[in-house]
Design a protein around this ligand. Sequence first.
Ligand code: ADP
Ligand code: MG
Length: 695
Amino acid sequence: MEKPFADFGSMVFSESEMADRLPRPVYQSWKKTIENESTLDRVTADAIAHAMKRWAMEKGATHFTHWFQPLTGGTAEKHDSFIEPNADGEPLSRFSGKMLIKGEPDASSFPSGGLRATFEARGYTYWDVSSPVFIRDNVLCIPTVFVSYNGEALDKKEPLLKSIRALSEAATRVVNLFGDKDVKSCRISVGLEQEYFLIDRSYFDRRPDLRMCGRTLFGAPAAKGQELDDHYFGSIPTRVSAFMKDVNSELWKLGIYAKTEHNEAAPGQFELAPVFSEGNIAVDQNQLTMDILRKTAAKHGLACLLHEKPFQGINGSGKHNNYSIMTDSGQNLFSPGDKPAENIRFLTFVCAFLKAVDTYPVLLRMSASCAGNDHRLGSSEAPPAIISVYMGSYIEDILYSLYQDHSSQKGKTEKKEFNPVSGLSYIPHDNTDRNRTSPVAFTGNKFEFRMPGASMSASFVNTVLNAIMAQSLNEIADQLEGIKYLQEVREKALDICRNIIHEHKRILFSGDGYSDEWVKEAERRGLPNVPSFIESVAVFNDPKVIDLFTSLKIFTKKELIANRRILEEQYTKTLDIEVRTMLDMARRDILPAMTEEYGVYADILSKTKKAPAYITRHCAEVAELMEETDRNISLLEDAWLKAGEESTEFLTGKKIRDEVTVRMRILRKSADRFETIASRRVCTLPSYEQMLFNI
Ligand code: ADP
Ligand code: MG
């Protein structure tokens, strides 16, 4: 590989590294285990562990960890060194097959939503062989699932892996029914575009809200925002460019194909996108990417903000989830082919997707939601909270013509001549005119889901996409099964597509998703518009959703209840921290600044007989803002305490959402107004202007 890429994948214990280092029979036994999804035998596991340790130590690793993804949405690791004393007390390095495969972290402090009481806190980690082992700093990291003593998932990876399996089975069924019998399995491809902000570290350090909550709770807008669109795709600042170079080099070493980087719409905002990869790996790699962004920023004297809405009044950050389904032979099932037959399969998969999304819109909305994302979804910037699908006019026309052709044929006896599917061969690859306001957009050969928040793990969103798609495909397969001739299968499939379009066309929307008309139109169509994260969480109680996950064996009912609890808790805890931080800043930063400003002017007034009118006016305005702030502090505190009295976490969450967040906005208003009129000297918190325009 050429120079800048010479280190690509050097920190990954890749398949080829294994082939190189393992004795042939061991390697073959490993391959067989992977293919059959069976458990590794002891001898093979020991041999792999030994080779892995040697490789890691050659690269300077001293420790290993089972790297897992608890229900907090982040990642967790506990390091153990390879070193141990032997019988004579001499140091030796040891790493056995057992240590590789299974771990038992003391995990009592991770949220389990009641799946595990603290006194029986045992949680076990098991090696996820489908995601590669890698080295970070001096630690060999082994991707693992994390489950309770009873086998319940305590993490975000186990359900994702199960959903991938369910989807693979369902998609393979349909592909086989269409005559492609050689296909044995399918996988998902996922490409995650990551948005983030960078600000100077010194500003970050001086803002308690950014440090505690990841977003500014106060701050008047700068005179300039993003209205000139001069940041988007603009020349990347030198400092940021050096940062990106470092990030890329780290990512490449870990075998992550970091590909695209550019300035985003808001000042100080950037995006990084890797080349898509297998879903489970893409999710792992995105977690690593977020971690590397944060740590590399610190090295460059910067802070990387992954919060969905760090700054009010300018765009927030999302994580676009590009999703497609591939056969084991590498055919993309969302890619229209050259032959009409392939196009029928393509249409079937697209229709399955439309049906899936329209059947579970609230679940999909929920999967992309978190406390931070409430500031994006539904405010006119990010995709609206209403789920709809944008197909692009070309394909939308084909779908409608397919359906109308059928309606117009009703009552006629002659055989249909119109063949809408042949037209698909001319679909230009990137045919979509890029409707940026749509939450779900078809972009040529994949669906781009734009709702997820920048800080979120992409695990659950893909678990949901897989689950709803698996169910939709299984229902189609049920209808196609038993039909003898391929031609009849195809005709039946087109019929199924027609029915789906008839039943689910309300989900298709190509207009402006940010407009008020759309909100009304969506209501008329009966599309749900769930305004907040906490309200969307109730979807876990929906029998249809419970049935979806349990019948596909992705979650048990108990696990679903636990997940719901954890999400509710996460919401109230996040808001708790925000309220505390806000009260703290209002009392200890804002009011003192107001007092200082007031003092200066009141002093002049007390010493001067006839002070200029401005002094009197300003003094009065500051006094009024002080009164207002003081009052709003109490009102916020009252509302917050009251919300805590609700009987359940969910009701507390709702109360917070309905009443506390309103009070937060009001308190902010008086403080921000003060910032716009007070002297710079008294306002000690770094301003939007400094943070956004000074890197
Ligand atoms: P844009 O910002 O215009 O949406 P990008 O090029 O930034 O486009 O991102 C597109 C993402 O989609 C990349 O991560 C890319 O690798 C990914 N992608 C491309 N093809 C597929 C596919 N078939 N399945 C899943 N992801 C894909
Ligand atoms: Mg995109």
